[in-house]
Structure formats: C-alpha cells, structure tokens
Design a protein around this ligand. Structure first.
Ligand SMILES: Cc1cc2nc3c(=O)[nH]c(=O)nc-3n(C[C@H](O)[C@H](O)[C@H](O)COP(=O)(O)OP(=O)(O)OC[C@H]3O[C@@H](n4cnc5c(N)ncnc54)[C@H](O)[C@@H]3O)c2cc1C
Length: 292
C-alpha cells in the first residue's frame, strides 16, 4: 500500500521499522525472524536501507521485493544517488514497479567507504531534491525523504538550510519526511515549528533510536550529527559496560521520549531497529494507549 494512503487513512499514529540488508545468510534469517516477531505491533511499513555498493544494493532490492510478495507488510525501499546514473536508477525503478513496490525513501546518500565526500557520478544526481523530481517522472511512487532536526553535518547554514531543502523536497513531490534520530524532543518540536512556519505541511515522522549499546550510539552520532545531551551521558556512562542495564535504560528512555512525541501530535514513530525486534516491541507495549 502507498505510504501517502497509509498516512492519510491513519486515525492514530503509526509505527514503522527500519532494517538494513544483512551481509550473511545468518543475518538474513534473523531479519525474517524479526519481521515475523514484529507482526505483534502491526507496523505500518518496513523500510530497508540502501548501501553504497552493488552487492548491498542488490540485497535491498531482494529483501524489499520479498517483503512485498511474501509477508503482507508494506515495504519502503530506500534509494540513494550514490554511484548511479539516471539510466541505472530508471532501470531499478522499472524493476520495482514490476514487483509492485510503491514506496521509495529518496536520499542523496553518503560517500562510499574510502571517499571523504559525496560526489555525483556523470549522468547522476547531486541531491535528494533531484532524485525526488526524477521519481515523480518515473512512476506512480509514494515518496518519503530524510530530514535533520539538528541540521545535516554538511549544511553550512545549519538547520535553516535543512528547512529550506525540506520545503524543496515537498515542492518536488515528497509525501512525508522521516527524521534523523535525536534524543532531545525540544529540538524536534522547535524544528517542526520552524518547518510549519516555512510552509512545510507534509507529515514529519520522528526517527527513534533505542539505545542498546551506548558506545556504538556515541560513534554513530558523531558521524551523523545527532547530539548526545549531557543528561544522557550521565545516565548511560556509569552503566555502559553492563549491556543488559543499557538496554533496559534505553527502553525506558525511548518510552518516555515516544510518549511525549505522541502527546504532541506526531503522525508516527520510525524505529531504527538495527535489525533487532525486541526493543521496538518492548517500547510499543508501553505505548499502546496512544497508538493505532
Ligand atoms: C531516515 C533516514 C534514512 C536514511 N537511509 C539511508 C540509506 O538507506 N542509505 C544511505 O546511504 N544513507 C541513508 N541515510 C543517510 C543519508 O544518506 C545522509 O544523511 C546523506 O548525507 C544525506 O542524504 P539526504 O537525502 O538528506 O541528502 P540531501 O537532502 O541531498 O542533503 C545533503 C546536503 O546537501 C544540502 N542540500 C540538500 N538539497 C540541496 C540542494 N537542492 N542544493 C544544494 N544543497 C542541498 C543539505 O542541506 C545537506 O547538507 C538516511 C538518513 C535518514 C535521516
């Protein structure tokens, strides 16, 4: 089902879950098991990330196609501009259309390993805005895009740039935006207010990162520009070597974060699952009064 229709028909906020394509058979078996386990929370859609290399990109296509044909869940295929010409993108989109894939999360993507900055290939795109316009020409897709409440690390003009480009993503045809994760809800609320003031009307779905390994989150956050507030350091640092305690604290904090977001009118919660199901299910079980 199209993401735009899913969001329009929803009477209560929705849950969605993001996975990455595993590199091994064992990882892939784990992914299908997680998707099965997640049925208890009735996810509105499952999104699958897109890597920088050919093999990982093929895995995304394989997983998304199988979700569509075998599970009854609605897949969203992430797609980036990395390393692809328009002709190659058009070919992939034609395959997606033939397989009944209706939803694309359109991204610029990051530089592949070994390169220090993103560079468009000849005949390719430099920004997600261009990919969104191209998607609109190529087929009847529902299109989501990414946005950054704390600003994208490359945005010289800070959050103001991200708001300007989010408006452009909307104008070029995006139906919804999913945010980078953040731990301070005030950042999100301020960002959303500024987006609305700038004429951005599309649903802005907050990305939620349940913390299962604090050191890993500190590393990720440094790369993607998500800040770790002092209060979070103070809670996590003393227990960071006790992974079970970190997981429990991660769930407790995510429940509190999601509850406040839901009480303040978000259209859904997008969970960065890191290919695990337990934390998302545990968090959901404590939010059922507020969810679809
Ligand atoms: C929800 C979510 C899912 C993600 N999934 C993936 C994934 O599957 N695979 C992957 O590789 N990465 C993924 N990423 C990471 C993403 O690819 C990186 O953050 C990347 O650096 C930027 O992608 P973007 O689509 O936001 O780029 P853009 O929107 O193109 O923005 C990149 C930079 O350029 C600026 N900019 C934007 N538009 C313009 C314009 N028209 N002209 C000039 N400057 C502009 C922005 O301010 C920003 O600094 C995801 C991120 C999020 C939040």
């Amino acid at each position: 089902m199209k993401l735009s229709n899913i969001l329009a028909a929803a009477e209560k906020p929705l849950i969605s879950c993001e996975f990455f394509p595993p590199k091994t058979d064992k990882g892939e078996a784990n992914l299908w098991q997680c998707l099965d386990e997640l049925r208890v929370i009735n996810p509105a859609y499952i999104s699958v990330t897109y890597g920088a290399g050919g093999t990982t990109q093929d895995r995304t296509k394989g997983i998304v196609t199988r979700i569509q044909s075998e599970t009854g869940l609605s897949p969203v295929a992430h797609l980036t501009c990395v390393g692809a010409s328009k002709a190659e993108l058009a070919e992939l989109l034609a395959d997606y259309q033939a397989a009944g894939i209706e939803n694309i999360l359109a991204l610029r993507g990051d530089a592949p390993e070994g390169m220090d900055r993103f560079e468009a290939v000849a005949g390719g795109f430099s920004h997600a805005t261009d990919l969104i316009a191209f998607l609109r020409e190529q087929g009847d897709f529902s299109i989501a895009c990414a946005t950054y409440p704390e600003g994208h690390p490359e945005s010289a003009g800070g959050v103001a740039d991200d708001i300007r480009y989010l408006k452009e993503k909307q104008d070029r045809g995006a139906d919804a935006a999913v945010t980078q994760y953040f731990f301070d809800n005030k950042t999100f609320f301020d960002f959303r207010n500024r987006c609305r003031a700038a004429g951005i009307t599309l649903p802005i779905i907050p990305g939620i990162m349940p913390i299962g390994n604090f050191a890993q989150i500190v590393r990720f956050s440094a790369m993607c520009g998500a800040s770790i507030p002092d209060w979070l350091h103070q809670k996590m640092t003393p227990i960071q070597d006790d992974l079970e305690a970190v997981k429990q604290m991660g769930i407790e904090l995510a429940v509190a974060q999601c509850r406040e977001l839901l009480e303040n009118g978000v259209p859904g919660l997008h969970f960065y699952t890191l290919n695990k199901s337990a934390a998302t299910i545990a968090i959901h079980s404590q939010l059922t009064d507020l969810l679809a």
